[in-house]
Design a protein around this ligand. Structure first.
Ligand SMILES: [Ca+2]
Length: 310
């Protein structure tokens, strides 16, 4: 009897243990699942709030949510593949990216930190650099006929260097629609500059005078905040400030013919964990015509991507 009762107690204890174990497993599972979902929802909410709450240190233009739906709506979205990922100086406030004779060139912004650089692609090491005067805010840069032309944001002032040595060659004045300088590229004949408006300005590369101005339209509407530029196979590729999409623009008509969605390149959720500045957005396009690849990065991004459009 005692044995049987003990056995019964043991059986009951075993059942109880199993029940407790089952409860613990389910409970723990639920308690882990809920925070994960909650954290995910919270992160989404924070992402949304963060996006809507972005304020500009530089005071430029509009916020992303004010731009309406994603730029790619109703426009062909191109595909791409990532070929390689490189280290990028996470302190570089990238304003321009270029490729010339097998080397990567970069211009950076922020007053007192604005530079033009030649970068070792494989290591991210700065091989050569020149600093801009501390009172200017550096913007885009392009190499045209062996000269690096860099523009500045508010001072209507540009600087030029020998592309091989980075020795200064001259400075220049320029005009745009709103008096600002944002991005610059070259079609081989003209320099092409953006100023944060919807216009592309075609400059004589010697006088820097505007010879033609083209309004950029997407689905028939002007698209503003055009930023860093790159001329690729008859089109002007343009970063759009605070967007993860790059526009491919017909330089004759100004019409956006394709939208390249790079939201998955360096996802915003990942950026939120790695970066602290809301200014750390996609902004840097260089084209290597020999390999037919793009190099892409962003302001303060720790990585630079080698990408081929499909
Ligand atoms: Ca560029």
């Amino acid at each position: 009897m005692a044995t049987s009762r003990r056995h019964a107690y043991c059986s009951q204890a075993t059942i109880l243990c199993h029940f407790v174990l089952l409860w613990l497993v389910c409970g723990l599972g639920w308690s882990f699942a809920v925070p994960r979902n909650f954290a995910s929802s919270l992160q989404n909410a924070l992402d949304t709030l963060g996006k809507k709450g972005e304020s500009s240190e530089s005071g430029r233009g509009l916020r992303e949510e004010e731009g309406g739906p994603a730029l790619s709506v109703g426009v062909a979205a191109a595909q791409y593949e990532v070929l390689k990922v490189y280290d990028h100086d996470a302190s570089a406030f990238t304003q321009g990216l270029g490729w010339y004779q097998g080397k990567l060139y970069e211009s950076t912004g922020m007053q007192g930190q604005s530079e033009v650089r030649i970068i070792d692609l494989e290591t991210g090491e700065v091989l050569k650099r020149q600093q801009l005067p501390s009172y200017v805010f550096g913007e885009g840069m392009v190499i045209h006929e062996g000269i690096v032309h860099q523009i500045t944001w508010h001072h209507k002032q540009g600087y030029a260097w020998n592309a091989t040595t980075l020795e200064p060659t001259h400075s220049f004045q320029f005009e745009t629609t709103n008096g600002e300088g944002w991005g610059i590229t070259s079609d081989g004949t003209h320099l092409i500059a953006s100023d944060g408006s919807s216009n592309l300005h075609f400059w004589d590369p010697v006088t820097y005078k505007t010879t033609r101005k083209v309004p950029v339209t997407l689905r028939g509407q002007p698209v503003a905040r055009l930023n860093e530029l790159e001329y690729v196979k008859g089109r002007v590729l343009a970063n759009v400030w605070f967007s993860d999409e790059i526009l491919a623009i017909d330089p004759l008509s100004g019409r956006v013919v394709e939208v390249l969605d790079f939201a998955a390149l360096y996802p915003r959720a990942q950026r939120a964990h790695e970066l602290t500045s809301h200014e750390a957005v996609l902004n840097g396009i260089a084209y290597d015509a020999q390999e037919d690849v793009l190099y892409l990065t962003g302001k303060l991004w720790p990585r630079l991507y080698k990408v081929r459009l499909l």
